[in-house]
Design a protein around this ligand. Structure first.
Ligand SMILES: Cc1cc2nc3c(=O)[nH]c(=O)nc-3n(C[C@H](O)[C@H](O)[C@H](O)COP(=O)(O)OP(=O)(O)OC[C@H]3O[C@@H](n4cnc5c(N)ncnc54)[C@H](O)[C@@H]3O)c2cc1C
Length: 182
């Protein structure tokens, strides 16, 4: 599926989800950066750029910022997001015969990354990746992206053998073709 196709499907899915939330009496507030989460005895107050909201329970889903947002409630969270960037390689023509279909590994829960997949490209060629390179910014998809806040203490909590595993798995031959695509 092309990126455009997947974006259209995502937009359709999200529109339907939004409809169902509103039908059930819910409200969707966009452009509302959460700044504080204050647990009270019977409820939780969320302070945001779009004002204050009160709810019985709060579930935070903030992607690459999820550890920071979870900490806004004053909890001592042990987990920490460590940014990685995926790079893709193109297989050499002499090994193309080894890959005649999409090869997608079953994720191994013992290792922190999804796994390397092989994709036949529409204009020929076979792409292989991603590897996982320690990155210098959480939302930095280019090699040169850098954030001091995101880089400080980034290796804390990741055993070296887990990082080494993905680097070895990515060394499947070929040359690098891009950064951060998926
Ligand atoms: C280039 C690329 C390609 C990918 N390709 C695929 C793919 O093909 N298939 C696949 O399954 N997955 C893919 N992924 C992974 C997928 O996009 C993520 O796993 C998924 O988006 C994670 O969803 P999420 O809701 O946890 O986080 P996100 O989608 O990142 O959503 C988190 C939201 O929290 C918001 N937020 C952050 N801080 C705050 C705050 N303080 N207050 C309020 N809101 C906040 C952010 O603005 C964001 O909107 C890809 C990712 C990338 C980067």
């Amino acid at each position: 599926m092309s990126n455009d196709a997947s974006r259209r499907i995502n937009r359709f899915g999200l529109t339907r989800l939004a409809q169902r939330i509103e039908e059930a009496g819910g409200q969707i507030v966009c452009q509302a950066r959460v700044k504080k989460i204050l647990p009270k005895s019977e409820s939780v107050i969320v302070e945001s750029d779009a004002g204050e909201f009160e709810a019985k329970y709060v579930v935070t889903c903030a992607g690459l910022q999820s550890d920071r947002v979870a900490k806004l409630s004053g909890q001592n969270i042990a987990s920490k997001i460590i940014p990685f960037r995926g790079e893709f390689y193109e297989l050499k023509p002499e090994v193309h015969h080894l890959c005649r279909n999409l090869i997608y590994p079953v994720p191994d829960p013992n290792f922190p990354f999804l796994g390397v997949h092989f994709t036949r490209l529409i204009h020929g060629g076979i792409e292989c990746g991603p590897n996982a390179v320690l990155a210098f910014a959480r939302e930095g998809y280019r090699k040169i992206d850098f954030s001091l806040t995101d880089t400080k203490g980034r290796r804390v909590g990741v055993p070296a053998d887990k990082i080494a595993y993905v680097e070895v798995a990515a060394d499947a031959g070929g040359r690098k073709v891009g950064f951060g695509s998926g």
